[in-house]
Design a binder for this molecule. Structure first.
Ligand SMILES: [Zn+2]
Length: 448
């Protein structure tokens, strides 16, 4: 009788027996088989595998042990070249009565004890190794992708701010990064999101400050989050400011047509009756052609220089006459300018302010008297000034080309705080104006 037939008839017989007996017999059969295998292996001389002189396990024979080591090397070879274990592996025939381990078990045991060294392409930034990938071609691809991700427009020339080089380096094989992981590291992005837990009294403003992002970005990263319905203990996804290892600088020259709008001139005329005004000259918008050199770092405009300017049509200021005694305006200083982009949802993102058309370099006045609480670079807002007016009211002026005030300073209504620009996430010169009441951006329409 063949072995298969014997087993088949055994199965038929076993099936007729009670359940508990079946299980018992099954277990016994397995035990007999395992013992047989172990015994057979011993009889042939098993192989003890040692790492740096210490026996890790005993397997059936040397061929099995070597196959396991080779498969580990092969796995690492997919990530880098010249893979070899740092430790010394030795094989010794043994007759010692120890249990044999399976190939899978040996693989696990060796993986814990061995470190593999390999040759990879190291990405050096200012002379120090920052990431290692499989080979030079992969490194070049990663660097090209990094440049592309900050290619702000087709006419931009893109380069790295730091000195970047690709060199062959010996590294621990498990330190070799995938192209995606390398790109993330060079951009300074962390892979695990962190969460902010809402505390009592928190406003959107407080949370954004704690997360070091703009309320705009905070809302964009937390779809469905409604600041008005914020709950204590609620978790808010923080997307921290990345700290790039390599900064990408994009430079372009751009020629655009811009309107020239001159400020209204007011003259006093005591002959006019109380409260009356008279237009002496109607204002006319002019047009000019401006060539800028625009510099963007990591996708955000940081500088804009006027290279040349040509007036195509002269502007005329509006001149009005006003009676000597007029009522003193009680409202804030109006930042003015046509609204380019209103408050509210825009391309799926919350636009937390209004964009006002103002020529590049024109002065920006404080909406009302207050204290400067921010004056400097603020992520996508670029050069940004925040002024606190008390009663929880803060006004914000963003994308400025220059700032004239510093934090802590008090300003008068209408006082010049900076100049219109296009710094940060901005598509051209304009003033982004925000009114934030108790931490929540409000529609500034009533304020301009
Ligand atoms: Zn805006």
């Amino acid at each position: 009788m063949q072995l298969q037939e014997k087993l088949a008839s055994l199965k038929v017989w076993l099936a007729k027996q009670p359940k508990a007996f079946q299980q018992g017999m099954g277990a016994l059969l397995v035990a007999v088989l395992v013992f047989g295998v172990v015994f057979a292996a011993r009889a042939n001389g098993a192989c003890a595998v040692a790492v740096d002189g210490q026996v890790v396990a005993v397997v059936k024979n040397k061929a099995v042990a070597e196959a396991v080591v080779n498969s580990l090397v092969k796995e690492h070879q997919e990530k880098a070249a010249n893979v070899k274990p740092l430790q010394k592996i030795t094989y010794k025939t043994t007759d010692a009565k120890t249990d044999l381990v399976s190939e899978e078990e040996l693989k696990q045991l060796l993986a814990q004890r061995l470190t593999f060294e390999a040759t990879a392409a190291g990405i050096q930034v200012n002379g120090s190794l920052k990431a290692a990938v499989k080979d030079k071609a992969t490194a070049e691809k990663v660097l090209e992708k990094l440049k592309q991700s900050y290619q702000v427009g087709p006419d931009y020339k893109v380069d790295f701010q730091e000195k970047v080089a690709v060199v062959d380096v010996p590294v621990q094989a498990d330190k070799v990064l995938s192209p995606e992981a390398a790109l993330k590291r060079l951009k300074g992005e962390s892979d695990t999101p962190r969460y902010y837990t809402v505390k009592e009294g928190d406003t959107l403003w407080d949370i954004a400050m704690a997360c070091k992002v703009s309320p705009d970005d905070l809302l964009a990263n937390n779809p469905g989050f409604e600041p008005e319905k914020m709950q204590i203990g609620q978790k808010i996804k923080m997307v921290g400011v990345p700290e790039p290892i390599i900064n990408v600088v994009a430079v372009a020259e751009k020629t655009v047509k811009e309107e020239i709008v001159l400020a209204q001139q007011v003259r006093k005329n005591p002959k006019l009756p109380f409260g009356k005004t008279k237009v002496i000259q109607k204002g006319e918008t002019g047009l000019k052609e401006v060539t800028y050199q625009i510099i963007a770092v990591n996708g955000l405009e940081t500088e804009r220089k006027i290279l040349s300017e040509k007036v195509l049509k002269e502007a005329k200021p509006q001149i009005i006459e006003r009676s000597a005694q007029t009522m003193v305006a009680s409202r804030g200083f109006r930042p003015g300018g046509a609204i380019l982009s209103p408050f509210g949802m825009r391309n799926g993102r919350m636009h937390t302010g209004v964009d006002l058309a103002r020529p590049y370099g024109s002065p920006v006045g404080a909406y009302n008297a207050g204290r400067v609480i921010r004056a400097g670079w603020y992520g996508g807002y670029g050069k940004c000034v925040d002024i606190s007016h008390g009663n929880g009211i803060v006004t914000r002026y963003a994308h400025l080309s220059s700032i004239n005030v510093s934090v802590g300073q008090t300003v008068e209504r209408g006082q010049n705080i900076g100049r219109v620009g296009s710094t940060g996430r901005s598509s051209g010169p304009h003033l982004h104006f925000e009114v934030i009441v108790n931490g929540v951006p409000r529609n500034p329409i009533g304020y301009i």
